[in-house]
Design a protein around this ligand. Structure first.
Ligand SMILES: [Fe+2]
Length: 363
């Protein structure tokens, strides 16, 4: 399969049913990776795809963004970081107490207190010492990558900026960390919770005149000055509207802010999303998809929010399995890939290709 041409942008989104990873070709063989997930063979989906289209990940991946440290966004991310040797890695400036103390303990060379949930974070942190100047904190209105490129003989500005976490949430994370440091005679406190979805990194990608909004899992945070309202008012978003939106938090109502759709996104924006399935929790719901359909007819989902049942080819074995467990599912078995390509700054419509379990939603 050929990769995108030098003058084409690509937005690819991968989802195995539980997990999400996004790749963007920003022109001239340069790529950015946003989060990571694994496929059925447990390989990081973004690496496998890039290699399949002949990309040299060592040199051509410029930026890796870890939007937040939830399991469904980081599987395989330390492998991505290891193989993409020249890329910078970005993560939220608002660390949760768990991440903060993992970072602090790495500096002290003390074995980490980390649970498995934070292992990928710990792996990356321990690699940072070997890759000098290769990490950046994301925060509202911060330029993470900028380059003047010549595409089709014309000069284009390529820029990737973070739109979150907000200053208020960074301050909140400092406060939570400070609560963890015991005063004399006090017992160490339990880790307070800071929802990583409230400090997730949303991104604004500019490629010439093209604009792409990646919503990560950023939720609204239930207030008038919630996360998405802060973003809608960001000075970075004044000049133009996005034609692609990676819908925030798998289309959940808690991440929905109509101002985003009315003011930041263009008409019939290409909305791309992955499902989230964890026990009884399933996103997006039919209501979520219908809400999105009120804004655009271009809705692409990597798979239905359902798990694929496992069936052993041998009936006797299958019967025995059913005696042991009522329901068996294939891990990462609902894998889909949505690929959008567009000639940069041309009037031609984007082309969308669907692989695996991916589908276009229509009412
Ligand atoms: Fe997620």
């Amino acid at each position: 399969v050929p990769g995108p041409k030098a003058n084409e942008l690509e937005v690819s989104i991968f989802g195995p049913g539980y997990g999400e990873s996004i790749l963007i070709h920003i022109g001239n063989k340069s790529w950015i990776v946003v989060d990571s997930c694994v496929d059925e063979s447990k390989q990081p989906a973004p690496l496998k795809y890039l290699k399949s289209i002949g990309v040299d990940v060592k040199t051509d991946v410029k930026l890796i963004v870890v939007t937040h440290w939830h399991d469904d966004h980081i599987r395989g991310i330390s492998n991505v970081f290891r193989e993409c040797e020249t890329a910078s890695v970005v993560f939220s400036a608002a660390l949760t107490p768990k991440e903060f103390f993992t970072l602090a303990e790495t500096y002290k060379s003390i074995p980490s207190l980390a649970s498995t949930g934070i292992q990928e974070f710990s792996n990356i942190i321990s690699m940072l010492g070997r890759k000098k100047d290769s990490f950046k904190f994301a925060a509202a209105d911060r330029i993470l990558y900028r380059q003047e490129a010549t595409i089709d003989g014309g000069k284009k500005t390529i820029q990737v900026s973070s739109l979150s976490p907000s200053d208020m949430n960074i301050e909140r994370s400092f406060h939570q960390i400070s609560k963890m440091i015991p005063k004399d005679g006090e017992k160490k406190l339990r880790l307070p919770s800071l929802n990583p979805n409230n400090v997730a990194v949303a991104l604004w990608v500019q490629i010439g005149d093209e604009r792409i909004l990646l919503g990560s899992d950023l939720e609204c945070d239930n207030s008038d000055t919630g996360n998405w309202t802060v973003i809608v008012n960001s000075s970075l978003l004044i000049d133009s509207k996005a034609f692609v939106f990676k819908v925030a938090h798998h289309g959940s109502p808690t991440s929905y802010n109509p101002m985003v759709w009315n003011r930041v996104l263009g008409p019939n924006v290409h909305a791309m999303l992955t499902p989230f399935v964890n026990g009884p929790h399933k996103l997006p719901s039919d209501d979520d998809l219908n809400r999105i359909a009120g804004f655009t007819k271009n809705i692409f989902v990597t798979s239905r929010p359902a798990r694929r049942k496992y069936r052993h080819p041998d009936n006797a074995v299958q019967k025995r399995l059913e005696e042991m467990a009522s329901n068996l599912f294939v891990e990462n078995g609902n894998f889909g890939h949505v690929k959008l390509r567009k000639e940069i700054d041309s009037n031609r419509e984007p082309e969308v290709e669907l692989d695996g379990a991916a589908f276009q939603f229509s009412r």
